[in-house]
Design a protein around this ligand. Structure first.
Ligand code: NAP
Length: 238
């Protein structure tokens, strides 16, 4: 059945953490149609359990952002689901990190994998999903990034290999905007959040961070496009 009166969303990495919470909060509104993706839907128990209380619509599909075939297969599935409505919001959320490392100690070979997941995958996703995004009303791509990738943030020497991939993701966003000013594309920092990646010392709960993230994404201003913004809707200096 054709999707009417709903915004369509595709989110990567919804098995846990920010992707899962984002799916949960977006499903509180009937006006949202969420395609939540993860590497193995059969094992995504928490994600599957959202179906019972969802006010919006939830479809779960398999998508491994390290696997080109899986990505191409997902485009076919998503095209069939959204049809002429297109994809209002493409949320590149999935990411990984290595051990917390520094420039002089980081595992250089492992870093290639981090770069693949955190930078090459969002770049390829944007390329293959562009026709669906172009067709939509909101035409929005969100690259979930981090202030750790901003030079002025002053976090010091740690998280080196991860931070460098986020700097690259920020530049990807800038380049996407420069090439396609008609598309809304932002990199968005959710803050430091208690997740498997963020750890227990993080000051923000998932609920707090993602409430901000939802508000920011659904109220993007023209001046945000091509910029790094945070969950409080502040533009973060590069
Ligand atoms: N937490 C923070 O403090 C913080 C701060 C700034 C930015 N961020 C960013 O926020 C985003 C989400 O982070 P998080 O804290 O929620 O991380 P997380 O708890 O570690 O969750 C990462 C998610 O990404 C998925 N993922 C990893 N590799 C994948 C692949 N190849 N294909 C598909 N999914 C894959 C994981 O799926 P599996 O379960 O299959 O592994 C999981 O669902 C990331 O972009 C991260 O860099 C987080």
């Amino acid at each position: 059945m054709a999707i009417t009166n709903q915004y369509t969303w595709l989110i990567t990495g919804c098995s846990r953490g920010i992707g899962l919470e984002l799916t949960k909060q977006l499903l509180e509104l009937p006006s949202n149609f969420i395609i939540a993706t993860c590497r193995d839907p059969s094992k995504a128990t928490a994600l599957n359990s959202l179906k019972s209380s969802a006010k919006g619509t939830l479809q779960i599909i398999r998508l491994d952002v390290d696997d080109r075939e899986s990505m191409m297969q997902s485009v076919e599935e998503v095209s069939a689901i959204v049809g002429e409505k297109g994809l209002d919001y493409l949320i590149n959320n999935a990411a990984i990190n290595q051990e917390i490392d520094t420039a002089f100690t980081m595992n250089i070979d492992g870093w290639a994998q981090v770069f693949k997941t955190n930078v090459a995958a969002p770049a390829f996703m944007a390329q293959i999903y562009l026709p669906l995004v172009e067709r939509s009303e909101k035409k929005t791509i969100v690259n979930v990034s981090s202030s750790l990738g901003a030079f002025g943030y002053g976090f010091g020497e740690t998280w080196a290999s991860y931070a460098i991939t986020k700097t690259a993701l920020n530049m990807l966003t800038y380049k996407q905007k420069a090439e396609r000013p008609d598309i809304n594309v932002v990199c968005l920092c959710p803050g430091w959040v208690k997740t498997d990646m963020g750890g227990d010392d993080a000051p923000l709960t998932l609920t707090e961070s993602v409430a901000g993230v939802v508000k920011v994404i659904t109220s993007l201003r023209p001046e945000d496009s091509g910029r790094l913004i945070n969950y409080r809707h502040e533009i973060v200096p590069w």
